[in-house]
Design a protein around this ligand. Structure first.
Ligand code: FNR
Length: 369
């Protein structure tokens, strides 16, 4: 179907399912175990109802915002997802370009299919990037990688903390993984040791250090001046500990439902975390909260912002729009979310991002702690 026929993010998913190689589809679409969390990530947004205000002048809607010192055309960024070449030959390079065109930041993945240099080369003048970090058991490698990111002006480092072991993703495991022209970068010397017999997931798990713990956090602050955030927080206690450890923020995330099954979606964790941070007297100018997982509609972005998120990360919608229409598919996907968010803001009586408050949504059907 023509790109113009795509009406929402789910349409891209349907096309991607048709056009992608079965093993690539298996890797991208799968979640952990019974995929309860994977399914609930989007469903959780539907448990939040809207509480619009009327008779506000909404002739002009301003969706622009900034987070971590980076401006964005809406409260959204492309989150890190490994191995984008499985979607499209242009892989992460196309995502970098689309991010610039859509006016949103992109979080480069550690386990990219293009090299870091290739991704950085695709960057346009003035374009801001974040980076996701998997911490290698060999810390000198991690340090080298982080130093290179900083030297190249990457704004923030998101350390993934929800994957000391990669989840069991059975759809992926059933597809014996052959890399199809993709390379797990940054791990070249280990090529021979990586077990590719049980799907992409097993192939990359040997890269990640399960010993990573709170005592390591100060070390990151000594090796970089980039902002440091933790990606994959799931409760108020850890949020407060992250704040007290002096990092600059976090992502409430369950890794797109690919790790611990039956845990809560980011949106469901958000009220607990905002309350815990408030109780700990945190300084919001110094600490930024994001969520990701299941963002598929403009209304989802609105709800996240209403409950305290500075922005949301989108993962699969980027991969699916890339797989189906390449770079321009991604740009179109963002424009659709933007159109939806604009309408929701207008109908809610919120002309700009700052005017969206907790009073604009009702959360009583969310699971309470
Ligand atoms: C991911 N995600 C992820 N996260 C991370 O920290 N490092 C990684 O290498 C990857 N790789 C990855 C691959 C694929 C195929 C997916 C779908 C996801 C998780 C990602 O950053 C994010 O948390 C979720 O994708 C958000 O959920 P949605 O938007 O996919 O529903």
């Amino acid at each position: 179907p023509p790109l113009a026929g795509m009406l929402n993010t789910f349409d891209f998913e349907s096309v991607a399912r048709e056009v992608m190689e079965p093993q690539a589809w298996g890797y991208y679409s799968s979640g952990g175990d019974d995929e309860i969390t994977l399914r609930d990530n989007h469903m959780a947004f539907q448990r939040i109802t809207m509480r619009p205000r009327i008779l506000v002048n909404v002739s002009e809607i301003d969706m622009t915002t900034s987070f971590l010192g980076v401006s964005s055309s809406l409260p959204l960024y492309f989150t890190a997802t490994a191995l984008a070449k499985l979607a499209h030959a242009d892989g992460e390079v196309a995502i970098v370009r689309a991010a610039k065109k859509a006016g949103v930041p992109y979080m480069l993945p550690t386990l990219s299919s293009y090299t870091l240099d290739e991704m950085l080369e695709a960057r346009q003048p003035g374009q801001e990037l974040f980076s996701q970090l998997y911490v290698n058991p060999e810390r000198s490698r991690t340090q080298e990688y982080v130093e290179k990111l900083e030297k190249n002006g990457v704004r923030a480092l998101f350390i993934t903390v929800d994957a000391p072991q990669l989840g069991r993703r059975e759809k992926d495991m059933r597809n014996k993984f052959t890399q199809q022209g993709s390379d797990v970068q940054g791990d070249d010397e280990d090529e021979g040791e990586v077990d590719r017999s049980q799907g992409a997931t097993r192939a990359i798990s040997s890269y990640i250090d399960p010993a990573l713990n709170w005592a390591d956090v100060p070390w990151f602050k000594t090796i970089t001046k980039m902002k440091i955030l933790l990606k994959g927080i799931q409760c108020g206690e850890d949020a407060v500990q992250a704040y007290k450890a002096g990092v600059n923020g976090m992502v409430l995330s369950n890794h797109g439902g690919r790790q611990l099954d039956t845990c809560r979606s980011g949106i469901e964790v958000l009220p607990e975390v905002m309350q815990a941070l408030k109780d700990a007297d945190y300084d919001p100018t110094d600490f930024t909260v994001f969520i990701d997982g299941g963002i598929r509609r403009g209304a989802d972005i609105f709800k996240a912002v209403a409950l305290g998120a500075a922005a949301v990360g989108v993962g699969r919608p980027v991969l699916y729009s890339l797989a189906s229409y390449g770079e321009k598919g991604i740009v179109r996907m963002v424009h659709m979310l933007q159109d939806e968010l604009q309408m929701v803001m207008r109908l809610s009586g919120t002309p700009n991002v700052a005017s969206i408050t907790p009073n604009h949504v009702i959360t009583r059907n969310l699971a309470d702690h």
